[in-house]
Design a protein around this ligand. Structure first.
Ligand code: AMP
Ligand code: ZN
Length: 112
């Protein structure tokens, strides 16, 4: 989608520290980490948020959630992690390309 920050990261137009990539999803470090480890997992295809998904996305959502623990372990989060997915203004979503936050590795700061 034109003008979408995370589409630009996907397309390599804006730099990011990418830690995982496959045909369905990309994971990269959050630029303002709220925990010692804080990364975002986005679908490759532009989807604004959970209000925009439909039944065809069931497999995609499942695959993302099934992959997150593997990426988390690779990032050292063996004792666990927090996943957060903000949807819409009511969920304090700032970037309208769906993303799972994955946080862990110590105290969280300023995360609402
Ligand atoms: P949300 O409020 O759920 O939409 O979260 C958006 C997240 O994207 C925030 O945690 C930001 O720190 C993060 N963010 C914004 N710009 C970038 C960027 N260029 N690279 C990586 N993360 C970013
Ligand atoms: Zn996008």
């Amino acid at each position: 989608m034109t003008g979408c920050l995370f589409c630009k990261i996907r397309d390599g137009e804006i730099p990011a520290e990418i830690i995982y990539k496959d045909e369905d999803m990309i994971a990269f470090k959050d630029i303002h980490p709220k925990a010692p480890v804080h990364f975002l997992v986005i679908p490759q295809r532009h989807i604004a948020n959970l209000f925009e998904v439909n039944a065809d996305d069931e497999g995609l959502l499942g695959r993302i959630q099934l992959t997150i623990p593997t990426i988390a372990r690779e990032q050292g989060l063996d004792s666990g992690f927090r996943t957060v997915l903000n949807t819409g203004p009511g969920g304090h979503q700032e970037v309208y390309h769906m993303h799972y936050h994955v946080l862990g590795g110590g105290p969280f700061t300023g995360f609402n």
